[in-house]
Design a binder for this molecule. Structure first.
Ligand SMILES: [Zn+2]
Ligand SMILES: [Zn+2]
Length: 360
C-alpha cells in the first residue's frame, strides 16, 4: 500500500543543466512524480553542490556519457519523506523521516561490487544527478534502501555536505592506514572536501594534519584543525616543507584537489609504508607523474583510489557532526543562483561548501 502525504503539490521547482557542456542552469517547474516500487518521494529542503555536478554539467572527459539536456544535478540532498511507493515496507522508512539522498539512488544488490559490499559502485547503479534526477529540486525520488537517516540535532544544511564530501573523505581517511598520532597531508585542504578531511582527520581520528591550498584559504584550513598550513609551491620546495613539518614524511596523503600537479607532488611527501589516497578527479586524464616503480617498492608505498563510501560510513560520519566533532563551513544560496555558484567553483575561489536552500 502506498502511504500518502496530503500536501504534495502537482508541480515543483528544479534547477536543470539547460546547456550541457557549458556552465549554465535554469530553474523550471516540473511535474512532481509519484514513487514507484521500492522508491520514496522526498521533499528536499537542502542540497550541497559538489565538484562532480560541475563535471557532469560541463561534459568533463572523466564521465563516460555526455550530460543529458535538462538533467537535474545534485547528490547531497536532505529532506522529509512525504510518500512511500509500493514494496518499501521492509526498508523501515516512514513518512516524516528526515533523510539524505546520496550519489547512488538505486543499486541491484547482486552484481560483483554489490556482493563485495560496495553498492556505490553497482554495475547497474543509478546516480542522483547523472542520468537520474538529482537533488537540485524541491521533490526527488530515490530507492528507500539507499537513504540515510539524518540524526536528531543535526541541522539539515550541515548534514547535506556530509552525504558526498564528508562521506568521501571519511572513507578515504579510513583507507589510508593512518591512525592516531600519524601525519596526514590534505591537498586542497580549504575546499568542500578538504576542510572536512582536515576536521575528521584531526578532531575525529586524532591525526596530525598538514593542509595545502591557495593562500586565501589559510583561515578555513587552520580553523579546520590543520596544525600546519602550506601554500601551493613548486614541487621541490613543497616537498622539502612537508618533510620538515612532518619530521621525515607523512603516513598518508589525501589528494582532494582535482589537479594532476597535486598527484605528482603527493608521492614525495610519504614516508616508508605511506599511502596516497586518490579522490580528486583531474579533468585532464594523465598518469600520476613520479610514480616510479622502484621508489614505490623501496618505500613500500600504496596508491589507493576511493569514491564516496558505504552506508555504514555515512551513518558514522553524520554521527561526527551530531557529536560536534565536524562543523561544515558553508554558504547558503538559492537555486536561482546556481550558475554563479558554478562559476565561482570553476575559478577556485570557493572556500568550504555551497548549500542550496531549496524551499526558499
Ligand atoms: Zn559529490
Ligand atoms: Zn549491483
Amino acid at each position: 500500500m502506498a502511504a500518502e502525504h496530503s500536501d504534495v503539490p502537482t508541480k515543483h521547482k528544479a534547477a536543470v543543466f539547460d546547456v550541457p557542456g557549458h556552465i549554465s542552469t535554469k530553474v523550471l517547474e516540473l511535474k512532481t512524480p509519484s514513487p514507484g516500487s521500492g522508491d520514496v518521494l522526498v521533499k528536499l529542503t537542502h542540497s550541497g553542490v559538489c565538484h562532480s555536478d560541475y563535471g557532469i554539467m560541463t561534459n568533463s572527459p572523466t564521465y563516460p556519457f555526455p550530460c543529458p539536456k535538462e538533467q537535474i544535478g545534485g547528490h547531497e540532498g536532505v529532506g522529509i519523506v512525504v510518500q512511500l511507493g509500493p514494496d518499501t515496507g521492509s526498508s523501515g522508512v516512514k513518512v516524516g523521516d528526515r533523510v539524505g539522498i546520496k550519489w547512488i539512488s538505486y543499486f541491484c544488490g547482486v552484481c560483483q561490487p554489490c556482493r563485495d559490499g560496495a553498492p556505490t559502485h553497482c554495475e547497474k547503479g543509478k546516480a542522483s544527478g547523472y542520468y537520474y534526477p538529482g537533488t537540485f529540486q524541491q521533490y526527488a525520488i530515490t530507492s528507500a534502501r539507499c537513504l540515510t537517516q539524518i540524526p536528531e540535532g543535526v541541522d539539515s544544511a550541515d548534514a547535506a555536505p556530509m552525504l558526498c564530501a564528508g562521506l568521501t573523505v571519511y572513507s578515504a581517511l579510513k583507507k589510508s592506514r593512518a591512525g592516531k598520532g600519524d601525519w596526514m597531508v590534505v591537498m586542497g585542504a580549504g575546499g568542500g572536501l578538504g576542510h572536512l578531511a582536515c576536521q575528521i582527520a584531526s578532531n575525529g581520528m586524532g591525526m596530525r594534519v598538514v593542509g595545502i591550498d591557495a593562500v586565501n584559504k589559510q583561515d578555513v584550513v587552520k580553523k579546520s584543525g590543520a596544525e600546519v598550513f602550506l601554500s601551493l609551491k613548486d614541487d621541490k620546495t613543497i616537498t622539502e616543507e612537508v618533510i620538515k613539518a612532518t619530521g621525515g614524511g607523512a603516513r598518508g596523503v589525501l589528494v582532494c584537489a582535482a589537479a594532476n600537479q597535486a598527484y605528482a607532488q603527493a608521492l614525495g611527501f610519504l614516508k616508508h609504508g605511506g599511502s596516497l589516497v586518490a579522490i580528486g578527479i583531474p579533468e585532464v586524464l594523465e598518469p600520476i607523474r613520479e610514480s616510479v616503480p622502484v621508489h614505490i617498492i623501496a618505500k613500500q608505498l600504496s596508491i589507493v583510489g576511493s569514491s564516496v563510501g558505504t552506508q555504514e560510513e555515512a551513518i558514522e560520519v553524520l554521527d561526527l557532526v551530531a557529536k560536534g566533532i565536524v562543523k561544515v563551513h558553508y554558504r547558503l544560496e538559492l537555486m536561482e543562483n546556481l550558475t554563479q555558484v558554478f562559476e565561482e567553483m570553476h575559478s577556485g575561489r570557493l572556500a568550504g561548501r555551497i548549500v542550496l536552500d531549496l524551499q526558499a
